[in-house]
Design a protein around this ligand. Structure first.
Ligand code: ZN
Ligand code: ZN
Length: 351
């Protein structure tokens, strides 16, 4: 198999020809055809997350040690089954749920693999990911049928859409007059607008520093857009019932929290980095909630796929590029040049 690997953090990925693994037990070998390029791939590529105050969290501490294959929006075709793998057949197209836990602990048994701390096997995070022609999946239960959904768009459901969907699950109950701000209209923010629309949010406010992204947000159904660099950005957003932050910088956190109405909720998804300092009394006095949200559960991904199958999820702009352009895709994403999502095509390079 061919894999695009991080050999050294921050340096271009390198193409490596390796032996294709053989599935054991309940494992399934998937031939990858599509793999989305996510903003967190940039952090994994860099090798750390910025914790603010000069502190860093290094990804090697959670098992991401070069040579490492990133990629956690995987879509492909079943190529081979382990002797105990049931429920899928060779040749079937499937979306892969990448947030795989140990399978044995209490949270995994409760269907919350994404909260597993006792041995997570997140594809492209601490297990070989989908910037590759092949990926081993521990069990067929992590494979979803997305028939009727475009393959490239389907790939993006595994991280960006399920992350947005899970964040939306953490919002307070919205009434007709309530508005929700989406901070950061990159790949995640745009699909979040689709998700919020599909779930009946009446007024969505898209916020970004890039007018091209704001135009895309409006196209997907944002009723209002705010350039967060505008001096009156806060005034334009004031009184929102909720703010979902897909950037996660000190500036967006400050804006999102300040814009909340009493009883509102700020949901943090973005991993840009930094730290939060906020006076404590107003959090109580304004009765606001500050909550984090990280990816989503297998059940949530199933619900996202069901929404997309019913055509209730408006597709975000997706640009499919050859896997050979993986480095250029990461560079473009880093430079903020991508509207929507880039999805890499591994079919054209199949080894
Ligand atoms: Zn992601
Ligand atoms: Zn577990």
């Amino acid at each position: 198999m061919l894999s695009w690997e991080i050999i050294e953090h921050g340096k271009p990925l390198q193409k490596a020809l390796k032996e294709t693994p053989k599935p054991q037990g309940s494992e399934v070998l998937m031939r990858i055809t599509r793999s989305g390029v996510c903003h967190s791939d940039l952090h994994i590529w860099d090798g750390y997350f910025d914790l603010g105050g000069g502190k860093r969290f290094y990804v090697k501490e959670r098992g991401c040690v070069p040579p490492f294959t990133p990629g956690h929006e995987p879509f492909g075709v079943v190529e081979a089954l382990g002797p105990r793998a049931r429920g899928v057949k060779v040749g079937q197209k499937r979306l892969i749920y990448p947030w795989i836990g140990c399978g044995k602990c209490a949270v995994c048994k409760a269907g919350q693999d994404n909260y597993c701390v006792s041995g997570s096997r997140f594809l492209g995070v601490n297990r070989p990911g989908a910037y590759s022609t092949h990926v081993l999946v521990p069990d067929p239960k992590y494979l979803l049928d997305t028939a009727g959904i475009d393959d490239s768009f389907a790939a993006t459901l595994a991280c960006s859409a399920v992350t947005a969907y899970s964040a939306a699950n953490k919002l307070p109950k919205l009434n007709q007059a309530d508005s929700v701000a989406v901070l950061g209209c990159g790949g995640l923010g745009l699909i979040a607008i689709s998700v919020l629309k599909a779930r009946g949010a009446a007024t969505i406010i898209g916020c970004d520093i890039d007018d091209a992204k704001l135009a895309a947000a409006q196209k997907l159904g944002a009723k209002k857009t705010v350039n967060s660099r505008a001096p009156d950005a806060l005034k334009q957003m004031q009184g929102v019932a909720a703010a979902i932050d897909f950037v996660g910088s000190p500036a967006t956190a400050a804006l999102g929290i300040a814009a909340l109405r009493k009883g509102g909720r700020y949901v943090l998804c973005g991993l840009y980095g930094g730290e939060l300092t906020h006076p404590l009394p107003p959090i109580a006095q304004r009765a606001i909630g500050i909550v984090g949200s990280y990816v989503g559960s297998l059940q949530e991904l199933k619900e996202v796929v069901a929404l997309a199958k019913k055509r209730k999820l408006r597709a975000t702009p997706v640009e499919t590029r050859s896997a050979d352009e993986a480095n250029a895709a990461l560079e473009d994403l880093k430079a903020g040049k991508v509207v929507g999502r880039i999805v890499l095509d591994f079919e054209s390079v199949a080894a």
